[in-house]
Design a protein around this ligand. Structure first.
Ligand code: ADP
Ligand code: MG
Length: 685
């Protein structure tokens, strides 16, 4: 071992109190400190001469203070200290506010290093609030780069720098670089010890940049390699269940639908059918914008499973969605002799027992379920296909838990969060990807408007008009915080206000996450049947809900939602033949929010919106890699570092094209070990 596992607590100058604070930053050991990369750098350039100074720049000078300082008290009680300093080429005026002690701490005879932002006014050079240190040739001469770390109260930059220094000393340049020399050479990457040293204490800007590129590359490279290896292992070792079905039945089923599949749907369906007719387990992700028609493909695959003599499960993130799919499957498969059931957490214990019993006996063919199906006592007789809908709610681990319930069942993952392709390659590196890049014909893009709350009356007029025309409306409540409880309270309040106020003449009802399962079902069913005009709701309707007659969505406090979520919400309307609308109400008028609203009003394409979202705020919550069960990136930026990602991918492909088990054994052992450690940590949190 290299001593990096040492607890930071025992490092000189740290101790129990600071170590607790450091733990908050995720730093428990010297190893953690080494990988706690700076968030920014302070770049100190060469010392300037007063005669060369340019207005507005930040610069360093070496000076003597002349005479005495001048303390001026303003009428408002502010003390301004002026002190002229000189470096043989000219004078500069140092200015401090409310720091009168400055006037007594510097000596005329001593040379000082000063640094600050320069302002030239009426031919005079001013430096506001300069940093002043006694000049020290070794410390101040030449340019240098100081790393800046994200801190927490009670921890200073100096603490972190010391810690990192200690870690680097311990490693003594002896960390094994698992990226082989040949790859480093080919991809122009600096060596690992050099990279670690220079990311923290850069020798030059060039070295800093090289260090960063190397570490970003490594981050992408490791995760991509790990996921690809997992995928290869899935493919090679495991014999899956080969489905065999009568294709005429499938054709007949498709012909019986009320619509024709789009070209994109047909293409993706072929990919699925190809997969499940092989004896290697399918691991496929279907990506498609909201409303692109993913469900029908899942249904066809489940039908194939049934015709092949296997059970299938459709796992969804909410009870509402489970019930909805359950109902629509019953209709879709009517008269085909398929036994379909539903399993959700809020069911009565006796009902659950009944369902579980029949599942294990093989008396149920298709089950639509929530997380409840993950419980240990849910046993299948012969599970052949798992579909998970709206996958972004499930992690890699949950996927695996479900897979263990069958004998190598096929797995179909459906995601309605469109993400840029490059990103999906990372997040779903262990899956094959199919993309439905086309909406069914005849859909009108949802017209989207961004309005202040002062226009609320007009919005409610519009709601009434839509209802008069026979349409239905969603009113979505503000997201208060990540708390279903508080969100639900907000929904109840809004509901009461609308019901007793502007929408009193309409049939209005309420849906939120704190309602009982059966209550929710009842409301949803009424809305589906057209017995409710206006549904006031929290984001429980975000995922998957399908009521084609709903044509207007009003979103309150739209600024509280991220772009991806707004797009998801908006996807609940525009599902039928009518022109649909989305009204975003917000009074927040800063640049960021305006930008976000503008993107929503201009684009209806989930992939574009996702790209913009990533650009605007980096891979934030919606694309948070953590919720995909993957480790967070420490240094890579998923948007700006795409070029490096491409190269890392290329390197991974190259490795996989070799006899990698042998040639790159050390690398792969290391990468898989790291990946396991990290994903385990996430699963435990
Ligand atoms: P999502 O991809 O968001 O899950 P759904 O599968 O819920 O979308 O489909 C949305 C609606 O579009 C459903 O009412 C579905 O019946 C309908 N639909 C699916 N495919 C087609 C198609 N090819 N033509 C017309 N309507 C379709
Ligand atoms: Mg769906």
């Amino acid at each position: 071992m290299d001593g990096l596992e040492q607890d930071v607590r025992y490092v000189k100058g740290i101790g129990p109190k600071k170590s607790k604070l450091l733990n908050k930053l995720g730093i428990k050991t010297l190893q953690d400190a080494l990988y706690y990369f700076p968030r920014d750098y302070d770049i100190w350039d060469d010392i300037k001469k007063a005669s060369d100074i340019v207005n507005g720049e930040e610069c360093s000078l070496v000076v003597n203070f002349k005479g005495r300082a001048n303390n001026i008290r303003t009428r408002r009680g502010l003390v301004i200290t002026n002190w002229i300093a000189n470096d043989d080429t000219g004078n500069v005026v140092c200015v401090w506010y409310n720091q009168p002690y400055r006037a007594s701490i510097y000596k005329n005879s001593i040379k000082y290093f000063i640094r600050g932002k320069v302002e030239i006014k009426y031919g005079k050079i001013y430096i506001n609030m300069p940093v002043v240190e006694e000049y020290n040739k070794d410390k101040h001469d030449g340019s240098k780069i100081l790393s800046i770390y994200a801190l927490t109260q009670g921890i200073t930059q100096k603490d972190l720098r010391n810690l990192v220094k200690e870690s680097l000393n311990k490693t003594n340049g002896q960390i094994i670089d698992y990226i082989p020399c040949s790859i480093r050479k080919k991809y122009d990457l600096v060596e690992k010890n050099f990279a670690l040293a220079n990311i923290h204490f850069p020798q030059s800007e060039y070295a800093m940049e090289q260090a960063r590129i190397r570490l970003v590359f490594e981050e992408f490279f490791n995760i991509r390699l790990a996921l690809r290896i997992i995928r290869e292992q899935n493919r090679q070792n495991i014999k899956g269940t080969k489905f065999k079905w009568d294709n005429r039945k499938i054709q007949y089923f498709i012909q019986g639908l009320s619509f024709e599949l789009t070209i994109a749907q047909k293409r993706v369906l072929q990919e699925i059918l190809q997969d499940i007719s092989c004896d290697k387990p399918m691991n496929r992700l279907i990506q498609g914008d909201v409303g692109s028609g993913k469900t029908i493909l899942a249904a066809i695959a489940l039908y194939c499973a049934y015709l092949s003599g296997y059970q299938g499960v459709m796992m969804v993130p909410t009870e509402i969605l489970a019930v909805q799919h359950f109902e629509s499957f019953k209709e879709l498969f009517h008269g085909k002799g398929i036994t379909i059931e539903c399993l959700v957490g809020s069911m009565k214990a006796s009902e659950k027992i009944n369902i579980k019993g029949r599942l294990s006996e093989g008396d149920i063919d298709i089950i639509v379920a929530t997380h409840a199906v993950l419980e240990e006592d849910v046993i299948f007789k012969h599970l052949g296909l798992i579909v998970t809908d709206e996958q972004h709610r499930f992690g890699v681990r949950q996927r695996a838990a479900l897979q263990e319930k069958g004998v190598q069942p096929h797995m179909l993952v459906m995601s309605a969060t469109p993400i840029p392709r490059t990103l999906s390659l990372i997040l779903y590196g262990d899956l094959d990807i199919s993309i439905i890049d086309e909406l069914p014909p005849g859909r009108h893009p949802v017209k989207t408007y961004h309005v202040p709350s002062s226009m609320r009356d007009r919005v409610y007029n519009f709601v009434r008009r839509q209802v008069q025309e026979g349409r239905q409306v969603y009113v979505v409540c503000p997201l208060v915080e990540q708390s279903e409880k508080i969100d639900s309270v907000a929904a109840v309040e809004l509901f009461e206000r609308l019901k007793n106020g502007p929408l009193t003449s309409l049939r209005i009802d309420l849906l939120h996450g704190r309602m009982k399962g059966s209550e929710k079902d009842r409301v949803m069913e009424k809305f589906s049947n057209g017995d409710i005009d206006v549904l006031v709701s929290t984001t429980v309707i975000e995922v998957g809900v399908n009521v084609p007659n709903a044509t207007l969505m009003v979103i309150e406090n739209a600024e509280r939602f991220g772009l991806a979520q707004l797009h998801q919400l908006r996807g609940r309307v525009g599902r039928g033949k009518y022109q649909s609308y989305c009204v975003l109400i917000t009074d927040v008028n800063n640049f960021q929010i305006r930008e976000r609203m503008q993107i929503m009003t201009r684009s209806n394409n989930g992939f574009d919106i996702a790209e913009k979202d990533l650009q605007l705020r980096g891979p934030g919550d919606m694309f948070g890699v953590r919720q995909h069960g993957l480790p967070e990136f420490r240094i890579a930026n998923l948007f700006t570092d795409m070029e490096i990602l491409k190269r890392a991918q290329q390197a991974v492909d190259e490795i996989l094209n070799t006899n990698y088990d042998i040639t790159y054994k050390n690398l792969i052992d290391y990468v898989m070990h790291e990946f396991d450690q990290k994903t385990k940590k996430i699963a435990m949190n």
